[in-house]
Design a protein around this ligand. Structure first.
Ligand code: ATP
Ligand code: BTN
Length: 325
């Protein structure tokens, strides 16, 4: 049995949160107890909290609901592939963009090289969160990509609301915040020629059960379990809801462009009417955030009046006194 497969089989046996002896796990896999112990070490390296109690065996710190490709596929018309272990779901689709149909989805349980913007790392422990990407061919071309990257954030909030989760907000351009902490990040990667269709890979990491003590992240963050309670989250149902919501909004966006979405976006903006700073390389611009305009640019009321800012290299941060991010 290949080593990933052995680890995945052990995880699926342990996923109900009960104790299983090394001997039992070994029998199920047809390997020795020493081999099981080695696989358990590998599972811990994926960020899973699994421990051993003398005389009882191995147990997960918390039960784990694994993603089910067939179940998800039954509920969406998009082509879906689940790769439990991958470098990055965005990278997987980037490499295949030419062969995909719009709406194709790649999901993972663990990313060894999950990425944010400008090569920053996205923490992706196994089974704790959602990591998925969707390919979209945008006939309107590169110029329409900025607006598209904004509307997918709206779709996430709408999907969460339908599941009973309120008060999740947006941070321009497309991160998801809850109580001023980062809940999810969206990374849109675009390729294409001017005057031609654009190929977009839209990836999202949403924290579901990630534990504070297991992870070091250099900014305040939160998980959906803190928002809605652990027992209410069904990872497969959430994946389906998000895939559907993205697909619907992307179709809508192709019809109307950003114009139909500005009010919705502004009503979900976490920082609207609050002091913020925009970081652009060495440059910092301070002002009061006033939402977005019809180009998808963020508006700042500065001493020189209202200014608009657009572009992939801008980071928005709170500029309230108690916050020194
Ligand atoms: P901006 O895009 O505005 O600069 P950002 O600082 O969030 O926002 P990104 O590149 O978008 O930067 O995201 C990567 C950053 O997100 C990392 O540098 C880290 O601070 C944070 N991060 C990484 N993994 C997670 C996670 N699982 N949950 C929340 N935040 C994370
Ligand atoms: C951000 O910088 O805030 C965006 C982070 C995006 C992370 C997701 S996880 C799924 C997809 N695959 C990646 O490698 N990145 C995105």
């Amino acid at each position: 049995m290949k080593t990933h497969q052995a680890k995945l089989k052990i995880l699926s046996l342990l996923s109900d949160g009960q104790f299983y002896s090394g001997e039992y796990l070994g029998e199920q896999l047809g390997v020795s107890r020493a081999a099981v112990s080695k696989h358990i070490k590998g599972i811990q390296d994926w960020g899973v909290d699994v421990f051993r109690v003398q005389g009882k065996g191995y147990q997960l710190a918390q039960p784990m609901q694994l993603l089910d490709e067939h179940l998800i596929q039954q509920h969406v018309s998009n082509p879906v592939t689940l790769h439990p272990i991958i470098d990055s779901t965005n990278q997987y689709l980037v490499e295949r963009a030419g062969d995909l149909e719009s709406g194709a989805v790649c999901l993972a349980e663990y990313q060894s090289k999950g990425r944010g913007r400008r090569g920053r790392q996205w923490n992706s422990p196994f089974g704790a969160n959602l990591y998925f990407s969707m390919y979209w061919k945008l006939e309107a071309g590169m110029a329409a990509a900025m607006g598209l990257s904004l509307v997918v954030g709206i779709a996430v909030i709408e999907a969460l609301k339908a599941l009973g989760v309120d008060d999740v907000k947006l941070k321009w351009p497309n991160d998801l915040y809850y109580q001023d902490k980062k809940l999810a990040g969206i990374l849109v990667e675009v390729s294409g020629q001017a005057g031609d269709a654009a190929h977009l890979i839209i990836g999202m990491g949403m924290n579901l059960f990630m534990r504070q003590e297991d992870i070091t992240i250099d900014q305040p963050w939160t998980t959906l379990s803190q928002v809605m309670g652990e027992h209410l989250i069904d990872r497969n149902e959430l994946a389906v809801a998000l895939i559907r919501s993205w697909t619907d909004i992307l179709r809508g966006y192709e019809e109307t462009g950003i114009a139909g979405f500005i009010d919705a976006w502004n009503s979900m903006d976490n920082f609207i009417n609050r002091p913020v700073k925009l970081l652009m390389g060495d440059q910092v611009v301070r002002g009061i955030e006033r939402g977005i305009d019809t180009h998808g640019a963020v508006l700042l009321e500065t001493e020189e009046g209202i200014r608009s800012f657009v572009g992939g290299e801008i980071s928005l941060r709170s500029d309230e006194k108690q916050d020194d991010n």
